[in-house]
Write a protein that binds this ligand. Structure first.
Ligand SMILES: Cc1cc2nc3c(=O)[nH]c(=O)nc-3n(C[C@H](O)[C@H](O)[C@H](O)COP(=O)(O)OP(=O)(O)OC[C@H]3O[C@@H](n4cnc5c(N)ncnc54)[C@H](O)[C@@H]3O)c2cc1C
Length: 408
């Protein structure tokens, strides 16, 4: 018997049409439409009934998209500031939260009404995030948190944050962590912007000074936070690796092709032009490979906890994006060296696309691709150990109580 519900494609299309009769994207805003989409189980169809889905195969999400596009010129994609909430928050809530919490949090994440952020990294714990120091101490029905997080994307816009904190320093690092959902408006939470090389502050430092979290906001059990953290990180890799265009030749590579068409071939020698053309072709093929691999991975994906294969897309996406935007600067020739007037430091409402000076902006932004969501070196470690079965890295602190591990 199939693990999925028995609704077939024609019935699913009929359900989409019922939704469109009730609310039409051309007549309402994104939040209103997406809230109704969730109610109809047409948000993420692989989620269970009552929680934004219909218990179908994730492949069927394409059917929903297709049917909406057949009847509407507008398609409300995930709001840019909700990428973390939808890509990582929803699977972790689905897997670890109580039904009441799911009902409270999931619809508003999906609609974009409430933004979520991920508070894992700290100044001394990034790749080795299990070594983190932020402390949570129980006080009756609450946990009191002190410490600092860093690189927290969209914290300045967030209502809720996924927090991993140390609840027991006397056991090895992975065993002393717990996972909380924090109300970012709680007293004692302080968010300060951090500016990137692009001039934009997508991310922030977050300080916790005696922040009180209700005990029921712990996801999973005390000391089992690492399991929920892994669910979040695996989904993060799938979300980042799979974020590219769904259309052949679409998205970022189409911008590069436009640049190529607009450039002045006389600005380069025939030999340079031949090399650039070769790199263009190679890059187009790489992007197409990435698109097809992502489509296959999305079709095979299950909700909840994806496997280490998510790291393949993440690694390839990061390295390919860096190559692609380096090439864009070369295609621009001398013009690629000057940044447009108006470079300013500013906070952004989500992940900006920097449409002005697109290629130059993306060249700078893409440097972060091989760091965010785990560095390329760490992706290679995961692939080596968990996919290829190569011997693991030496882990000298594995059996040592966290408090006894020397740190600077
Ligand atoms: C744009 C952006 C957004 C981000 N958003 C968030 C967010 O929302 N929430 C959040 O919690 N974090 C976020 N991060 C943080 C990100 O997850 C970390 O920066 C990343 O995991 C690396 O950690 P680190 O910066 O501490 O570098 P380190 O871990 O100190 O690494 C430094 C260098 O050493 C290498 N290295 C480390 N360990 C190994 C090893 N075992 N083997 C081989 N090489 C190794 C790394 O690859 C890297 O080159 C974001 C980062 C960026 C750039």
């Amino acid at each position: 018997m199939s693990e999925f519900s028995s609704i077939d494609e024609s019935e699913l299309r009929a359900r989409v049409r019922t939704l469109l009769d009730e609310v039409h994207p051309e007549k309402v805003d994104s939040q209103t439409f997406r809230a109704k989409q969730y109610e109809h189980g047409l948000a993420l169809v692989q989620f269970p009934e009552g929680f934004g889905g219909l218990g179908l195969s994730p492949k069927m999400n394409y059917v929903v998209r297709d049917e909406i596009l057949q009847h509407s010129k507008i398609f409300y994609d995930n709001p840019p500031a909700s990428i973390i909430g939808i890509g990582m928050g929803m699977p972790v809530v689905l897997t670890y939260a109580s039904d009441d919490q799911k009902r409270r949090w999931l619809p508003k994440i999906w609609s974009g009404e409430e933004i979520w952020c991920q508070m894992f990294s700290e100044p001394s714990a990034g790749s080795d995030v299990a070594g983190l120091s932020t402390r949570a101490v129980q006080d009756g029905q609450e946990w009191v948190v002190n410490g600092q997080k860093v690189w927290t994307t969209v914290a300045h816009l967030s209502k809720w944050g996924m927090l991993v904190a140390r609840t027991n320093p006397d056991v090895p690092k992975h065993d002393g962590l717990s996972y909380f959902v924090v109300d970012m408006e709680s007293p004692g939470v302080e968010v300060r912007p951090l500016y990137q090389i692009t001039g934009e502050a997508e991310f922030n430092e977050v300080f916790f000074n005696d922040v009180r979290i209700p005990a029921e906001n712990m996801l999973g059990k005390e000391g089992q936070g690492w399991r929920a953290a892994i669910t979040t990180l695996m989904n993060e890799r799938v979300a980042i690796g799979g974020a590219g265009s769904k259309k052949k030749g679409g998205g970022a590579i189409s911008k590069l092709v436009d640049l190529w068409k607009e450039r002045d071939p006389a600005s380069a020698s025939p030999a340079q032009n031949a090399i650039l053309r070769d790199r263009m072709t190679h890059t187009w093929i790489e992007q197409e490979l990435l698109r097809l691999t992502n489509a296959r991975a999305a079709a095979a994906a299950k909700s909840g906890n994806p496997g280490p294969e998510g790291s393949v897309g993440k690694l390839f996406q990061a390295e390919s994006a860096k190559r692609m935007w380096e090439l864009a600067i070369d295609v621009l020739g001398n013009k690629g060296l000057a940044f447009e007037e108006g470079y300013e430091l500013r906070q952004v409402a989500g992940m900006s696309e920097g449409t002005e000076a697109f290629a130059k902006y993306q060249f700078l932004r893409s440097r972060a691709n091989s760091i965010e969501g785990g560095t390329s070196e760490i992706m290679k470690n995961i692939l080596g150990e968990r996919v290829l079965g190569l011997p693991g890295e030496p882990r000298v602190d594995k059996d040592v109580a966290w408090k006894d591990v020397p740190r600077s």
